[in-house]
Design a protein around this ligand. Structure first.
Ligand code: MG
Ligand code: MG
Length: 273
C-alpha cells in the first residue's frame, strides 16, 4: 500500500499538511453534528463531501483504488473501510468515521469513533482506551526514536485491558500521497523499525477490538469486520516528527465541540493513568 522511500517534508510543506489535516477535523465535526439514530451512512458521506469541496478540498478516499465515497463509516463489529450506503444508524451503535482531505497537493487523514445514543459501558471503555492508546503512541513519535516505539506503546496499552490489536492494517506516512512510507503498525517491539526523523509526517491509527485481534474482509471487497463480531474502535491523527515534541497536525477539538452540542453522542474521555 505504501511504496517508495520515506519523504521528509519542509516547514512549508508541513503547514500545508496541517491545513489539510485540520480540515479533516472540521469535516468530522460537521458530520458529528448530524450524527444521530435514524441517519443513514450515505447521508453522512454526502455532508462530508460537500463540506470538503466547499472548503476547496477533494475527498482523499474518493477514487482511491476504486472506493466511491468520501468517508469510511464502520459500525460496531466493522473495524475500518465500511462503505457508506443505506445503513441506518441505531441507538447504541459505535460509529467509526475516517476521512481524508486533499488540498494544496497534500493529504490529511484522521478518524474518530462516536458512541451514538446509549452505549454499553464496556464498549465506551473500548473507545476510551483506543483513543488513549493513540496518544500513548504519539508520545513516542520523537526524533531519534523508531517506529516500533510507537507500535509497542499502542499495543502494550491496549493489550493491558485485554483488547485485541489489529495487525493486518497499519498507520502510514502521509503527504503528497495518502499512503507513504513508513508503515506504522499498532503492534511491535520497542527499538525496532525505521528511525523517526524530523520532517516525517505519519498517520497513527490504532484499530482495537473488544475481543480477539482477528479480522476478515466482507464480500464487498472493503469492509473489515472482527472475526468474533465483537465491537472495534479506531482513532487516527496525522502528526509530524519535529526536533522536540510531536506536532499533532489534525485535531479532535472541533469534533469534541460538536459532540458536546449533540445530545445523541457521548464524549469519549481519555483513560490516562
Ligand atoms: Mg484514515
Ligand atoms: Mg490512515
Amino acid at each position: 500500500m505504501s511504496a517508495g522511500a520515506i519523504v521528509y517534508k519542509s516547514k512549508e510543506e508541513i503547514e500545508l499538511l496541517r491545513i489539510s489535516s485540520l480540515l479533516v477535523g472540521k469535516t468530522l465535526a460537521e458530520v458529528a453534528s448530524h450524527l444521530k439514530p435514524g441517519v443513514t451512512t450515505i447521508e453522512l458521506d454526502t455532508i462530508a463531501e460537500q463540506f470538503l469541496r466547499d472548503h476547496g478540498a477533494e475527498p482523499s478516499f474518493k477514487g482511491y483504488h476504486g472506493f466511491k465515497h468520501s468517508l469510511c463509516i464502520s459500525v460496531n463489529e466493522e473495524v475500518v473501510h465500511g462503505i457508506p450506503g443505506s445503513r441506518v444508524i441505531m441507538d447504541g451503535d459505535v460509529v467509526s468515521i475516517d476521512c481524508g482531505a486533499y488540498k494544496n497537493g497534500f493529504h490529511g487523514d484522521s478518524a474518530y469513533t462516536f458512541p451514538v445514543g446509549v452505549v454499553n459501558e464496556d464498549v465506551l471503555n473500548l473507545l476510551r482506551v483506543t483513543k488513549t492508546s493513540l496518544l500513548k503512541g504519539i508520545e513516542k513519535a520523537r526524533n531519534g526514536n523508531r517506529v516500533g516505539d510507537i507500535s509497542a506503546a499502542v499495543q502494550d496499552y491496549a493489550e493491558s485491558f485485554g483488547y485485541g490489536v489489529v495487525r493486518e492494517l497499519v498507520g502510514h506516512g502521509v503527504g503528497r500521497k495518502l499512503h507513504e512510507r513508513p508503515e506504522v503498525p499498532n503492534y511491535g517491539k520497542k527499538g525496532s523499525g525505521p528511525v523517526l526523523k524530523e520532517g516525517m509526517t505519519i498517520a497513527i491509527e490504532p484499530m482495537i477490538n473488544m475481543g480477539a485481534r482477528h479480522i476478515r474482509q466482507m464480500k464487498d471487497g472493503w469492509t473489515i469486520i472482527t472475526l468474533d463480531k465483537q465491537p472495534a474502535a479506531h482513532f487516527e491523527h496525522t502528526i509530524c516528527i519535529t526536533e522536540n515534541q510531536p506536532d499533532i497536525l489534525s485535531s479532535f477539538q472541533e469534533i469534541e465541540n460538536a459532540i458536546s452540542k449533540n445530545k445523541n453522542i457521548t464524549e469519549v474521555v481519555l483513560t490516562l493513568n
